[in-house]
Every structure is written in C-alpha cells, then in structure tokens.
Design a protein around this ligand. Sequence first.
Ligand code: THU
Length: 161
Amino acid sequence: MRKRKVSFELAIFESLDALSSEDRDLMKRAMEARKGAYAPYSNFQVGAAVLMDNGKIVLGNNQENASYPSGLCAERVAIFQAGALYPGVTVRAIAISATSKSYVVGQAAAPCGNCRQSISEYEIRQGSPIKIVMMGEIGEVLACDSIADILPLAFDRSYLE
Ligand code: THU
C-alpha cells in the first residue's frame, strides 16, 4: 500500500476589497445576478458570473421548482448558458455569491457537488483551469485556481473510452 497526499492551495481574502480588480468586478456581477434568483422555497439566492476568454461575462442564478429536483443551481445556469452562447470559447473564471432572506450569509458559497462536476467537464474539455472565486453576502472571499482543486479524482470522459 502507498499513500498519496492530495492537497490544494486556497486563497483567503479578508473582503471583496482585497481581490484583484478583475476578480472583484466579476464578483460584483455575481452579487448583482443574485437579484434574479427564483428561490421561493429555500429563500437562498445564489448568483454566478462566468468570465470568458473573449472578455464576455455570462450570468446565472438559481432557479427553483415546486418539484425540488427540477430546479437548477446558479453555477450550472451560468456555465451552461456560457457554453450555449459561446461554444468553444475558454472559460477563465467563475465567481459565486449567496445571500438569504433568513440570515446574513457570512460563509463563502462553495459550489455543490453537481456543479463541481459540471464545471469540471468544461475545464477538462478546454484543457485549461477555471478559477473559482466564492463569497457569501459579507465576509471572506475564497478562491482556488482550478475546479480540480475542489473535485479531486473527478469522473471524466476517460472512463468512457
Ligand atoms: N444552490 C446553488 O445555486 N448553488 C450551489 O452550489 C448550492 C445551492 C441553490 C440551489 C437551491 O436553489 C438553493 O441554493 C438551496 O439549496
């Protein structure tokens, strides 16, 4: 038996102000996007902003459904929209922000497992990393350089060949 340590570097910024101007602008767009969320069941509004290599920013927010599993997270709404609008264009980064009608979200919103898997598909397909920048409504901002950092041992197309 041998062991391999899998680790990654998480950047922790005290606030939005500590980010680079590119990341801060992207996060501001994600915060803006939260306003369009349709979240009457969870009261948890998530916004996502995807930065493309052509400079375009594509937004998404969570869209819930009375049949709960039919709803979709903000990150997937955004990345699927990016793929639909700009096929073949590399995705550089995604910023995610969350707020709630019930409490002040001070914890950075990390993408759920399904969203990590979906973002991973784009990262592998394009062959370059997608930066993930995460925030709540207030507080620290977390960032990692690649979705692979937070989805190690991902299931990918290599299993299907
Ligand atoms: N949600 C997201 O939009 N992104 C995530 O990564 C986690 C959860 C949404 C789904 C649902 O509308 C609400 O947050 C509560 O789970």
